[in-house]
Every structure is written in structure tokens, then in C-alpha cells.
Design a protein around this ligand. Structure first.
Ligand SMILES: [Zn+2]
Length: 161
């Protein structure tokens, strides 16, 4: 099922853990509506800016899947309001910075970011809530949440971290 020009519902429901454990991970109509808002509100804008395919590493999560992966059952992923993504060859910090400065969102988290592991470490978590977007920005290194994004280091017009 196509949600928007570049995104299909199946990309948000796919979970290797769900497949491995035989867990059903199908979004209902309310979640599909929220995922569609997320596509138009955030992902299509990122897709247009970087002009490269977006890799969705986690989208919708059923309650059963949350339990299996020890994610919170109240996570915005369970409502179809959140997505984890990255783009091959683009620093996740660069993606997060662009979202922070150009998109209306609820919560933006640069997750599992480790500066010494290079530009591809971690991924970007972004949520969108049609009713109210808090515009909260956090960085999570696997242990602690800190406010804001790390300082970007530029060299010759390119981000080096
Ligand atoms: Zn997430």
C-alpha cells in the first residue's frame, strides 16, 4: 500500500525481529493515517532535499513487538507517529540538523550516535503529531539523553562528523 510518493506501508511494518519471532506487525487505520502524516510532514521533505532513497530501519511497532525488543509500549512507534531512518552515504548528524532546521516535527532524536564511530553511526528518530508538535531535540548515545544535537564539524563545505 502506497502512503505517499516514495513510501509504502510495508516499509514501516517490516521488522526482522517480528519475522524471526512470528509476531504480527500490522498497522490499523489510525496508525496508517499517522504514518501518512509522517510521510508528508517529514520524510518526503527529507527525500526531496537529499534526493536519495531513505532507509527505514524501524517504523510501526505493535505492542507485542515492543515487548520483544524492550521498547516502551507507549512509544510513538506504536501509534505510527515515529520512524527511525538513515540515508546511505549521508551523516546522520547532517540529516538530523536538516530536519531540526527545516521541518515541523514533534521529537527528533539522533540515536546511538558515537562521534568516534564516524558519520554512519546510529540513526535518526523523528516523530510527527498532527495535533501538536513539541519540536524537542535530543541526542542519545546509548546511555544518556542530552538536549540538542552535537556540534557539527565542517571542512570545505562538507560535514566531517
Ligand atoms: Zn525510534
Amino acid at each position: 500500500m502506497q502512503l505517499s510518493k516514495h513510501f509504502k506501508l510495508e516499509e514501516f511494518e517490516k521488522s526482522s525481529t517480528a519475522i524471526r519471532l512470528g509476531i504480527t506487525n500490522k498497522a490499523g487505520s489510525g496508525e496508517i493515517k499517522n504514518l501518512t502524516d509522517l510521510c508528508y510532514g517529514v520524510l518526503e521533505l527529507v527525500r526531496a532535499k537529499f534526493d536519495k532513497p531513505i532507509i527505514i530501519t524501524s517504523g510501526y511497532r505493535s505492542e507485542e513487538l515492543c515487548v520483544a525488543i524492550k521498547s516502551s509500549k507507549t512509544s510513538q512507534h506504536t501509534k505510527g507517529q515515529a520512524v527511525d531512518f538513515e540515508i546511505a552515504g549521508i551523516s546522520n548528524l547532517e540529516l538530523a540538523l536538516w530536519v531540526q532546521n527545516n521541518v515541523d516535527f514533534d521529537q527528533l532524536i539522533l540515536e546511538y550516535w558515537k562521534e568516534d564511530e564516524g558519520a554512519n553511526s546510529g540513526w535518526v528518530h523523528c516523530s510527527f503529531n498532527q495535533e501538536s508538535n513539541r519540536k524537542q531535540v535530543l541526542t542519545f548515545d546509548g546511555k544518556n539523553y542530552i538536549n540538542g544535537l552535537p556540534e557539527a564539524k565542517w571542512s570545505g563545505g562538507k560535514l566531517t562528523n
